[in-house]
Write a protein that binds this ligand. Structure first.
Ligand SMILES: [Zn+2]
Length: 137
């Protein structure tokens, strides 16, 4: 029997469609500034389901940076990550984004914030598989 060294599994991400739509309209509303939201959901070992959004307290945003002090967030195991927009149209995590990583997943939405402009990354900046679900279960 051959044992292969297994790579660290990448989580796959599922977003409920109405949450995805909420993210896209929030990003459009904040344009040309960045918008940021906290993602709620359920994190399992190899899969994260995102089924809700929270507007972070004391968030501040500008054309190149959106953030909030993590220490103001109450500890809540249903907070699985954050989503923010990149008004410049390039959904690539910046050094600041990776430095401010919160939770398990960082979602970046690039301008013009259409259905295909949404991308999920892990703590190391690797692109994760993202699917949209109509089903809440
Ligand atoms: Zn960013």
């Amino acid at each position: 029997m051959i044992f292969k060294k297994r790579e660290r599994p990448h989580r796959t991400i599922t977003i409920i469609e109405e949450v995805r739509d909420g993210i896209l309209s929030y990003c459009k509303m904040n344009h040309p500034n960045e918008g940021i939201l906290v993602l709620r959901g359920k994190a399992k070992k190899d899969h994260i389901l995102i089924d809700g959004l929270v507007i972070p307290p004391f968030s501040h945003s500008g054309p190149t940076f959106a953030g909030f002090p993590h220490s103001f967030l109450p500890f809540d195991p249903s907070y699985v990550g954050t989503v923010h927009s990149h008004p410049n149209g390039v959904a690539k995590p910046s050094v600041t984004d990776l430095h401010n990583f919160f939770g398990f997943v960082s979602i970046i939405v690039q301008s013009p914030y259409e259905d295909d402009d949404i991308f999920a990354y892990d703590r190391d900046g690797n692109l994760l598989e993202l699917t949209i679900s109509l089903d809440k279960s």
